[in-house]
Design a protein around this ligand. Structure first.
Ligand code: TLP
Length: 344
């Protein structure tokens, strides 16, 4: 199977498995796991923040951030198709008791003026604006990079109104690789950030949240409340450390493969690449075919290629460490075969 469903499906490398086996461990709830401590120190340094916390998943990291920044009854501003709004099972309502106010972005990029207009003033009728969330890269915008200049403008607005900014940077290293800049060029324009180690970076488990020392101390307590205080967790922090320190440089390979995939499909009648392919995601609109996205994904599967539906006529294909150029060529030819028989 050529699995293009997500970069989350990457399996740990040999080096990661060996590191897990050999990891020095201790009880992390006592702060005694040396591998976790090293991972958190390294992550804070790379992200340019005072402190960092190892959490089980991107969703847990985002939720801990919202819980730590906000109080029940707050309102948070976030992009209309952001992961926190779209794909986290309503957790911000269920757990943090906040309401969401969505801002329609363009390619995942929110206009700072729209954000400023949405920040609540002093009035007993109004909820307080507790947090602004930016997603970078933006998943449903097809892995689009939110420029650091846009983040800077949003952060300036946020600071003027004393509202914190959290970045869901599940794929922020992809953004840095695509923009050919340092991750700090992005993280300097936010208070807190969540990055996933288990996506393109290939770790089997884990995310990091980073921010001020004070924020991370409070976040640690929320992690514990959520049952995320783990014990000899160096076993998974060791592969995560390899993901963080050794796997960033290769993300551009995934981007090159995604671009190759998109360019190979561009001239196929009946389907259209609808995203800008900044990083490792290709989104296809198949409305020119006599089938819907579910049927298209089924047809792909029969031919040994996996993708995911992204809407009634949209399909997402994601490149990653476990697929190479040859796999992409095979996927292109499979898609070619399906398209041939199904054009309107
Ligand atoms: N995204 C997954 C699915 O949940 C859709 C994927 O396959 O892309 N933020 C962003 C921007 C994400 O794309 C994801 C995962 C998360 C957060 C959540 O991370 P996990 O899966 O570790 O909870």
């Amino acid at each position: 199977m050529i699995d293009l469903r997500s970069d989350t499906i990457t399996k740990p490398t040999e080096e990661m498995r060996k590191a897990a086996y050999e990891a020095q461990v201790g009880d992390d709830v006592y702060g005694e796991d040396p591998t976790v401590n090293l991972l958190e120190e390294k992550a804070a340094e790379i992200l340019g923040k005072e402190a960092a916390l190892f959490v089980t998943s991107g969703t847990q990291g985002n939720q801990i951030a919202v819980l730590t920044h906000c109080r029940p009854g707050n309102e948070i501003l976030l992009e209309a198709e952001s992961h926190i709004f779209y794909y986290e099972s309503g957790a911000v309502a269920a757990l943090a008791g906040v309401q969401t106010r969505t801002i329609q972005g363009v390619n995942g990029v929110m206009n700072p003026l729209h954000i400023e207009a949405a920040i609540r003033g002093e009035d007993q009728h109004f909820p307080e604006t507790g947090l602004i969330c930016i997603e970078n890269t933006h998943n449903r915008a097809g892995g689009a990079v939110v420029p650091s200049s846009n983040m800077k403008e949003i952060y300036e607005v946020a600071q003027r109104y004393s509202v914190p900014v959290h970045v869901d940077g599940a794929r922020l290293f992809n953004a840095a690789a695509s923009a050919d800049c340092s991750i700090k060029d992005f993280t300097q324009h936010c208070d807190t950030v969540q990055i996933c180690l288990s996506k393109g970076l290939g770790a089997p488990v884990g995310s990091i949240i980073a921010g001020s020392e004070e924020f991370i101390n409070k976040a640690r307590k929320w992690r514990k409340r959520l049952g995320g205080g783990l014990r000899q967790v160096g076993i998974i922090a060791a592969p995560a450390l390899i993901a963080l320190t050794k796997m960033r440089e290769r993300l551009v390979e995934d981007h090159v493969n995604a671009r190759f995939l998109a360019e190979s499909l561009i001239n196929y009648g009946g389907l259209e690449v609808v995203n800008s392919v900044d990083t490792n995601i290709v989104v296809l609109d198949i409305s020119g075919l006599k089938m819907n996205a579910t049927e298209f994904v089924e047809a792909l599967k029969v031919e040994g290629v996996l993708g995911v539906t992204f809407g009634p006529t949209l399909v997402r294909l994601t490149t990653h460490y476990d697929v190479n150029r040859k796999d992409i060529e095979k996927a292109v030819s499979v898609i070619g075969g399906i398209v041939k028989g199904k054009r309107h």
